[in-house]
Design a protein around this ligand. Structure first.
Ligand code: IPE
Ligand code: MG
Length: 240
């Protein structure tokens, strides 16, 4: 009978979805260490989490899904680890493109392509070009990304363009995310509570959520939990 039924699970309010969710994928190494595995295997497991999270966001109709997977600072890691991560990308790129096209997901790279190996820069550009007509979620993958680097690049581009009287709107256009809405929700995996040079300009009014779990454990349910948490927040944008 109805009144004996257990309290039903909370439901996502489909009319109040965040337009843009940005995930900081963190804790791959610790996930692996905890299991007595090499850090690289944590990155491998993290790659599968990317797919689960992206698919769930696309299924729910989230407009933009950003994932921070390799920062400008990550180039300072041992060469073998950096190479392993880049090789993971090379391994999955063909299937990734197929799966994006099949799911109607538009791909965007956020970061400095000139810092990446040439073949990766070419592949990222190709993925952007081939998915340009897709109308589902936008998958904005941050590789070789750093927010200070992005902001300084914007400043230098403005100087060379000679443009004056820069407004918030015109400045935004010089960032990688010029045409994308700011993130409504930034989720960092691994329990660390910091931004680590991620979307410093765009994060002005983002909500933050720090689930206490490593990135490779993220799945469809985690996405739902992030959105339910977002829907509890009251955003006032400095008003009352
Ligand atoms: C995130 O996991 C993936 C990358 C930054 C490439 P980490 O590699 O930072 O894992 P931890 O934080 O050392 O556990
Ligand atoms: Mg880390």
């Amino acid at each position: 009978m109805l009144w004996f039924r257990k309290k039903t699970e909370q439901k996502i309010d489909m009319t109040k979805l965040p337009k843009h969710i940005a995930f900081i994928a963190d804790g791959n190494g610790r996930w692996a260490n905890k299991r007595g595995l090499a850090r690289t295997l944590g990155h491998k497991a993290g790659k599968d989490a990317i797919k689960r999270v992206l698919d769930r966001c696309n299924e729910l109709g989230i407009e933009v899904v950003t994932m921070f997977c390799f920062s400008t600072e990550n180039f300072g890691r041992p060469k073998e680890e950096v190479d392993y991560i880049f090789n993971l990308f090379r391994e999955v790129k063909v299937d990734l493109l197929k799966s994006l096209l099949k799911r109607n997901i538009k791909f965007r790279h956020m970061g400095d392509k000139s810092l990446l190996p040439e073949d990766m820069a070419t592949d990222l550009k190709e993925m952007e070009d081939k998915t340009i007509a897709c109308t589902g979620s936008i998958f904005n993958l941050a590789l070789a990304y750093g927010a200070r680097h992005e902001i300084l690049q914007a400043v230098n581009k403005i100087i060379s363009s000679g443009e004056q009287d820069i407004t918030e709107q015109t400045f935004k256009n010089y960032l990688y995310t010029g045409d994308l809405p700011d993130p409504d929700l930034i989720v960092r995996a691994s329990g660390e509570k910091r931004l680590s040079n991620f979307m410093l300009y765009q994060a002005a009014y983002a909500e933050f959520y720090f689930p206490d779990m490593y990135w490779p454990d993220f799945d469809e349910k985690t996405v739902d939990r992030c959105i339910l948490e977002f829907q509890k927040r009251k955003r006032r944008y400095g008003k009352i």
